[in-house]
Design a protein around this ligand. Structure first.
Ligand code: FMN
Length: 215
């Protein structure tokens, strides 16, 4: 069976989203030694920002009339959807940037949606997907920035409601505590949040690992 893992952090080291995703991947491999993990790190090996428009206009253009750029973009969108369809489970690691969706992950979503197979509703048909998402600050009820996380609700809408995945979200907040001295008074709270998120990651990874193999 195949787990498809995609990371959107712009970091390769000290990444909180990758820490969560690593645990989930390790639990998958512990339950299924030798199974495949296919991966993309779009925060580092970025998808071209111009590909989406070329894929959309290419999709509206008869194949023989497409430009080379349109052909390449249509093929890229198809390859991204192939990865999702081929996977038995999917793991996305996506930080909050500038109160919104990581631009790299938005480019990914738009490209996936440009492929005709993903244009309709619920093309993932109940496939298990874990979203590991992290935020430097805190956005819970009563906090000054309550309602400012414009990433997580959108990602839930797209992955669960539009693509039709069986979505589990593992979240961690206050990852900037210990980095930004202004947040030093939240050290205990942040440590609890981290411990809770890592425990949730183990649980989500074990649940993926327990998926029945196809007959
Ligand atoms: C350019 C940039 C913008 C960020 N914007 C926000 C933000 O709007 N809100 C927030 O809570 N954290 C923000 N952060 C903090 C990240 O969400 C936090 O560092 C997170 O842990 C990054 O994910 P990673 O640890 O997997 O790399 C930002 C970080 C960077 C580098």
């Amino acid at each position: 069976m195949t787990l498809f893992r995609l990371d959107a952090s712009i970091r390769t080291h000290d990444s909180a989203s990758r820490e969560i995703a690593d645990i989930i991947e390790e639990e998958w491999l512990a339950a299924r030694p030798g199974d495949t993990v296919a991966s993309r790190h779009i925060g580092v090996e970025t998808l071209p920002a111009t590909a989406w428009a070329a894929a959309v206009t290419g999709g509206m253009t008869p194949e023989p009339d497409r430009t080379a750029e349109q052909r390449e973009a249509v093929a890229l969108a198809a390859a991204l959807v192939d990865e999702l369809i081929a996977a038995d489970a999917v793991l996305f690691g996506v930080p909050l940037y500038n109160y919104g969706v990581s631009q790299h992950f938005k480019t990914y979503i738009d490209l996936v949606c440009a492929d005709p197979r993903a244009a309709g509703e619920r093309f993932l048909g109940g496939k298990p997907v874990v979203l590991a998402t992290v935020r430097g600050g805190a956005y819970g009820p009563g906090t000054p920035r309550e309602g400012w996380d414009h990433s997580t609700p959108y990602l839930r809408r797209i992955i669960a409601d539009h693509w039709g995945a069986d979505l589990t979200v593992v979240e961690r907040e206050f990852t900037l505590v210990g980095v930004n001295p202004a947040l030093d008074s939240f050290k205990d709270q942040a440590a609890q949040m981290q411990a809770g998120a890592l425990e949730s990651a183990h649980r989500a990874g074990r649940a993926l690992g327990a998926l029945p193999s196809p007959v």
